[in-house]
Design a protein around this ligand. Structure first.
Ligand code: ARG
Length: 281
């Protein structure tokens, strides 16, 4: 091979160690429908869901991250989606208030976990706020989704309680009902994201283009398999196995895709990020 044929090597990116909170899908099932992915008439393989969740948990540990767990509760089948129950920045915790009554009780179990684990600054929101489902920390500001779940009033409340600038984004496709089904943060030092443009309103799309001119743009296929529900540590990006197109784009930019199978959890409208709350500070 001549040197002209050698592709310039992309510099490998540096990961940072993360701390995550997860909840095993011990009582996982699809018995109600609060998003278009949920079909209570379709069977769910609980043992497989637990095996897939365990593989996700173990993937984080192998990548060197610290994973905490919270006790699952009977009667709360969606409690596995830890990302919906808190937003933690600099040790400040903003809890959740769910839109669906079926999930309401989850919020207090998570609030208690933080209090019992030494967090003194725990505030529960007065507006509907599905936490990291709709709130994505970029390292400098918080991207905040609305349209289906989190109330726009929760955005101003998050800014006031967490003391971080908030940028509101409007979601328009019911399949991508949470911001974390349509966008995720790739790295925080020089904030960049991957997103699926068709999930956003025209104005929000202009905002995203202005903030992230170098963003990774996902296809409909990437979005449909929950590829935008990825979890990045700045280098390793945990993705559903089907998100091959997105993975190829990430590899070109120096990220390392790490695949997990989340087929059972997707039946509830969830993916890797939904199962993973990040605890910052
Ligand atoms: N069944 C859950 C719901 O509709 C799924 C939540 C997924 N979590 C997420 N962070 N997107 O509320």
């Amino acid at each position: 091979m001549t040197s002209a044929q050698v592709k310039p090597a992309v510099a490998a990116r540096m990961p940072t160690t993360r701390r995550y909170l997860m909840c095993a899908p011990e009582y996982f099932t699809v018995e109600y429908s609060i998003n278009p992915w949920m079909d209570p008439t379709k069977p769910v393989d609980k043992a497989l869901a637990l095996a897939q969740w365990t593989a996700l948990h173990d993937t984080y540990v192998e990548l060197g991250h610290k994973v905490e767990t919270i006790e699952p509760q009977p009667g709360l089948p969606d409690m596995v989606f830890a990302a919906n129950s808190g937003t933690v920045i600099d040790g400040r915790v903003l809890g959740a208030q769910f839109r669906a009554p079926q999930r309401a009780a989850e919020a207090d179990f998570y609030r208690r976990w933080f209090v019992e684990n030494g967090y003194h600054d725990v505030v529960m929101p007065t507006n509907i706020n599905e936490a990291e489902g709709d709130l994505a920390w970029t390292g400098r500001f918080l991207l905040a989704g609305t349209g289906f779940r989190t109330d726009p009033g929760a955005h101003a409340e998050a800014q006031e309680i967490l003391g971080v600038p908030v940028v509101s984004l409007r979601l328009t496709d019911p399949r991508y009902y949470h911001l974390d089904t349509a966008l995720f943060v790739l790295n925080e030092d020089e904030p960049n994201v991957a997103y699926y443009p068709a999930a956003f309103s025209a104005g929000s799309l202009r905002v995203l283009r202005r903030l992230f001119p170098d963003a990774v743009i996902a296809t409909a296929e990437d979005a449909e398999c929950f590829g935008l529900n990825g979890v990045s540590d700045g280098r390793n990006v945990v993705l559903p196995i089907e998100a091959t197109g997105l993975a190829a784009q990430l590899t070109e930019r120096g990220y390392e895709p790490v695949f997990v199978d989340i087929s059972e959890l997707r039946k509830a409208g969830g993916g890797p990020k939904c199962c993973t709350m990040e605890i910052r500070g």
